[in-house]
Design a protein. Structure first.
Length: 326
């Protein structure tokens, strides 16, 4: 079937990938498990419950362009955090051969897909409506990640992207020859791009660069009995701390929420230094990265979001340009 697989209804894709998940689980010595798709978006994540009641989370990378070296780097960093950070993070699970990555050809798509499995986290995702107390804990956790990762050295044979380019090492669908934008819209985004990159270059010259999570939002944060957990490290890479904060702040709705998160961060370590305009640029960049994703994704539900998301994004670009230029 090949690439046409991703044009099938989402339910059929999930059914096929669930069967594929069962095949991958044999690498862990797991058979007859109850496997359910719990997230079908950028990647596909499955809950796995064994006959003995043990639970795991299996992530199959269906959209991610991460290499095996990238995935192994993610695993190495998370294992480091498991032992040193004091933050609750899931533990990577090894196969019977002591590997942390499994790869196989998915017959229906014809693609070689890679997967990682983590221990199960109890609780509920914080989601879109976190409390101020929860956001204070989120800020503390991000600061602890930054504090811990500032001295972490990745093994020399492993690789992670560095987020000093606008598209964070993903393919450009907004400004390249692959862009489907009008000339006027491309020109507007190009203006914003140039300003944001100017701020980014300044930050990289004056700020420490180390591994950051790069995707700390409410759907990657679990809350259980008053304790916060951070998961989904698929987007991690080398960046500056302001970029990590910008991602977290992007999903908040009010100044009170922002203040709670930043206060939590400052209770652990000083806030990174950035100008108001630089943060505005990083927040807009997050939206444009998501817009770029909508132009390339194979996820049908996300594709349907594109027209409205594009319209709103262009409004925000115009507002940003007016704000920072005065």
């Amino acid at each position: 079937m090949g690439s046409e697989f991703f044009e099938l209804p989402a339910e059929e894709q999930q059914k096929s990938l669930t069967a594929f998940a069962h095949e991958l689980l044999t690498n862990y010595g797991i058979s007859k498990a109850k496997v359910s798709c719990i997230n079908f978006g950028f990647n596909a994540t499955f809950s796995v419950e064994t006959e003995t009641g043990l639970k795991y989370a299996l992530r199959i990378n269906i959209n991610s362009a991460k290499t095996i070296k990238n995935l192994l780097a993610e695993i190495e960093w998370v294992r480091h955090l498991n032992h040193t950070s004091g933050i609750n993070t899931p533990a990577p699970i090894a196969t019977l051969k002591d590997d942390f990555i499994v790869s196989a050809v998915h017959p229906e798509s014809g693609q070689t897909l890679s997967a990682v499995m983590y221990s199960w986290l109890e609780g509920e995702e914080i989601g879109d409506e976190p409390t101020l107390d929860q956001l204070h804990e989120v800020g503390k956790a991000i600061a602890q990640l930054h504090q811990d990762s500032s001295n972490f050295v990745l093994s020399s044979q492993l690789e992670l992207p560095t987020f000093d380019d606008f598209f964070w090492s993903t393919e450009d669908f907004l400004l390249s020859e692959k862009s489907k934008l009008s000339v006027a819209d491309r020109s507007l985004i190009q203006e914003a791009h140039d300003l944001i990159m100017s701020y980014t270059r300044d930050l990289y010259q004056t700020s420490p660069v180390h591994i950051i999570h790069a995707d700390c939002h409410g759907w990657n944060l679990m809350w259980h009995e008053g304790q916060l957990s951070i998961f989904d490290f698929d987007d991690c890479g080398f960046g500056v701390e302001a970029q990590d904060l910008a991602v977290a702040l992007y999903y908040l709705d009010s100044p009170e929420q922002e203040q709670a998160l930043l206060a939590g961060y400052a209770s652990v370590k000083p806030l990174p230094v950035y100008s108001e305009n630089a943060m505005k640029g990083l927040l807009l960049q997050r939206r444009l990265l998501l817009l770029n994703y909508l132009f390339e994704t194979k996820n049908q539900e996300h594709q349907e979001m594109l027209p409205a998301y594009l319209e709103k994004s262009l409004e925000r670009v115009s507002t940003f340009l007016t704000d920072v230029r005065g």
